[in-house]
Design a protein around this ligand. Sequence first.
Ligand code: GDP
Ligand code: GDP
Length: 454
Amino acid sequence: DESEFAAFDEVAAQESGESAPPQPVLAVVGRPNVGKSTLVNRLLGRREAVVQDTPGVTRDRIAYDALWNGRRFTVVDTGGWEPDARGLQAAVAAQAELAMSTADAVLLVVDTTVGATSTDEAVARVLRRSDRPVLLAANKVDDERLVPEVAALWSLGLGEPHPVSALHGRYAGDLLDAILAALPETPRETVRTEGGPRRVALVGKPNVGKSSLLNRLTGEERAVVDPVAGTTVDPVDSLVELDGELWRFVDTAGLRKRVRTASGTEYYASLRTKAAIESAEVAIVLLDASEPISEQDLRVISMVVDAGRALVLAFNKWDLVDEDRRVRLARELDRELVRVRWAERVNISALTGRAVRKLAPALRTALDSWDRRVPTGQLNSWLSDLVAATPPPVRGGRQTKVLFATQAQTRPPTLVLFTTGFLESGYRRFVERRFREEFGFTGSPIRVSVRIRE
Ligand code: GDP
Ligand code: GDP
């Protein structure tokens, strides 16, 4: 049954230029060693080594795209962390809370050969409060003799235990069917009612001032919490009025403390960041202007670009920036942020309130670009001049011709170039750069894909 489900590369999906509607998210939770990673690999249908020998190593990729029976969904493996001194039980329970507030369905994995442990029971107690579907996978059922042990897992109170052997693939198809039946067609977080407030993610590495900014924007008493978005656990979003317009700041529960104290902090932070970005239309990436731009900052920015969301860069703590730091920062911007030269930068101070009112106009500009479509006629008259002046480089004695282009999509704007052959990425970047010079698109990533016509 391997052929029926195929993992597909994010890059391939992007480059195909096909419309990629938001996908529902399945979070996989459970104790260490129950086989979560092995099961995720199995669900993805690939042998890529996600399983790590070193415990506690944060995996670089935590979300994967899966395809089963023609439906796409995202699998989030919440396993790459090590419980701290506060204990396994608390850590796994916190993991389950997080999964409930960020995913569309949760899969709890238990080890059938061990049976339900007190930790499994603690997690199940948390998950029983979930307003999202929860499935129970009884893993390591490598042969028939273990089937009676599966029935014992009804005691967890999560409904029918689904037997599976992640290692051998046994019953994996049945489990996938059950997962698809449980997952909604579209992710709940991204459903935007027509004309409703636009969705903003406020993200950045720890201590850049996210909570401070949110507090400044909402003001203690003006903080509006949307009861509809509230889950049984935590209100997920905040409605914030900026510049006479209502905005939905998504997944702000984490910024209101509570979840911040969870174990495996860095891992959680990155998971939460990714989830927030995915459920938003535009992200404000907050940086600490008083400190050098770091790897961690760049990672958050990449998450936004890779997710295809509009972007505003907010340099916070501007009250701490002196002349010397300003000069250094300008140099860092040239060196580190060339990839997102198109993003608007706002220099703010959550502490003093400096320039905070510039955020709303920057958000609007970014979203306008994100929504914008250049008509095909206009696009092609520009493109034919461009390729006439600077044709693609000749490779192996062959000259690829660019025939025409269309902006196949918005959100983010996606150009499809129809060509007679391969176009190297350097030329695609050149097209993107010139496209921006001509048409603008401040604040939005742009994707350029190529279709070869025989
Ligand atoms: P995680 O910590 O929950 O992500 O667990 P891993 O996926 O790293 O698996 C822990 C161990 O259990 C590894 O040695 C796996 O090979 C093994 N394992 C996982 N699934 C199965 C299974 O279905 N059957 C058996 N016998 N072993 C399994
Ligand atoms: P978060 O982890 O990103 O939510 O960051 P916090 O909002 O908790 O802020 C981290 C620290 O930076 C706190 O001590 C804040 O008081 C401080 N801080 C936040 N914004 C500013 C600012 O604009 N200027 C200065 N000087 N400090 C700030």
